[in-house]
Design a protein around this ligand. Structure first.
Ligand code: UD1
Length: 365
């Protein structure tokens, strides 16, 4: 009999992560992977496009939860997943990352005594004002098997009292997907569509509440982007939350009128990879982009005070800006002069084989 594994996805970064599991699933015939979509993200460009591009199967179940307050969203996912597991109990519930869908399904599975596997476990920003940090701590606490991306995650989990038997450093599923899709992205040359040149532009993405829901912070960031646009063209991919806030604060029109700034919507995975790989610098608050730029060797300036992915700083191409705009401008000058000395370095286990390591483990569990 096959071992049934519910693979939970809900929000944008989840899709690229689970794609690494589905890509190798046929090598593990004793496992049945069932894709469950909570519907936390629902727009085509936030969800649907990733299914077609990454070759993901259609979900066996879609909860259609949509955008709500954190409490309502989490509760509705819990209700839906509880009902699902009552009828279609899996052997394993596999959750990825740190979004509300992750913690909601882990909580349901835990009370139903379904084995919980957390992929991308152990990451800690030590900043409990981030909803994701709370989701990480709770999910790790509930999980039976903890698959970790980088050594800091192992240290964090052991320090929090987890038995070493539960903790497995397996690498990064998101990088599996990047390595698998890089050739396709190289051919795409998406930047040409925006009149940009290879390694001559900045790619910007922002969506963290601490940056975009805070009026003062967002106004400061817009100021810096206006400064930057005099130095190099800027392409800014807007998350729906960010677009809404820029309009609300009347900042959108300040950016829109600048010829060297391109304001665009959310990008598909291959398009984003193409734009990232060809950028001179990436400016972001995304977790995934800190990792992706490190592997691609693209300088990354992260507009946050902390990161749960410290290896991107010690071994990768990332620097935290911590609202230090003097530092931001100095680093932009260094990047301009080709003196930003960071280059991509190999990170252990970020080798494209993480999905296989995970499924092999689950086959034998
Ligand atoms: C969520 C995750 C975050 C992840 C991010 C990636 C949590 C707590 N946060 O944040 O960790 O980095 O996804 O994007 O789970 N919206 C749309 N269309 C959609 C989805 C959302 O227009 O398909 C709009 C809605 O107005 C919504 C807002 O975006 O209120 C924010 O969406 P939400 O899912 O609540 O959080 P994210 O900021 O996307």
């Amino acid at each position: 009999m096959k071992k049934i594994i519910d693979i939970i996805v809900g929000a944008r970064p989840n899709f690229m992560k689970v794609a690494a599991l589905f890509a190798v699933a046929e090598n593990f015939p004793s496992l049945e992977l069932r894709l469950i979509h909570t519907g936390q993200h629902y727009d085509v460009e936030m969800s649907g496009v990733f299914f077609s591009e990454l070759g993901l199967p259609a979900p066996v179940k879609h909860f259609g939860v949509g955008s709500k307050s954190h409490a309502i969203q989490t509760a509705e996912i819990m209700l839906a997943y509880e009902e699902w597991t009552d009828k279609q109990r899996p052997d394993i519930c596999l959750v990825v990352g740190d979004v509300n869908s992750t913690v909601a399904c882990a909580l349901v599975a835990s009370k139903k005594k379904i084995l919980i596997v957390h992929v991308e476990s152990g990451l800690r920003s030590f900043d409990r004002s981030m909803p994701e940090e709370l989701n990480r701590i709770i999910t790790d606490n509930l999980s039976d098997v903890l698959f970790v991306n980088e050594p800091s995650g192992v240290d964090n989990l052991i320090r929090e009292g987890n038995s070493p038997d539960k903790v497995h450093l397996v690498g990064n599923v998101m990088i599996d997907t990047l390595l698998a899709q890089r050739v396709k992205a190289k051919k795409r040359k998406k930047y040409l569509e925006f009149g940009l040149e290879h390694k001559e532009y900045a790619f910007v993405t922002l969506h963290r509440p601490s940056n975009v829901d805070d009026n003062t912070e967002l106004a400061k960031i817009v100021d810096q982007l206006l400064w930057l646009s005099d130095i190099m063209p800027v392409i800014f991919s807007l998350h729906p939350r960010t677009k809404k806030q820029l309009h609300k604060m009347k900042l959108y029109s300040l950016l829109e009128v600048v010829e060297s700034i391109r304001l665009i919507g959310p990008l598909s995975y291959i398009d984003a990879l193409s734009i990232t790989d060809n950028a001179k610098v990436v400016i972001t608050d995304s977790g995934g982009l800190q990792e992706e730029t490190s592997v691609l060797g693209v300088p990354c300036l992260t507009l946050r005070n902390n990161t749960e992915r410290p290896i991107t700083i010690t071994k990768g191409t990332n620097t935290l800006i911590k609202s230090d705009w003097g530092l931001f401008r100095r680093l932009i000058s260094k990047i301009e002069e080709d003196e930003y000395l960071k280059d991509s370095v190999e990170i252990p286990f970020w080798d494209g084989q993480t999905g296989s390591r995970i499924l092999k483990f689950l086959e034998n569990i």
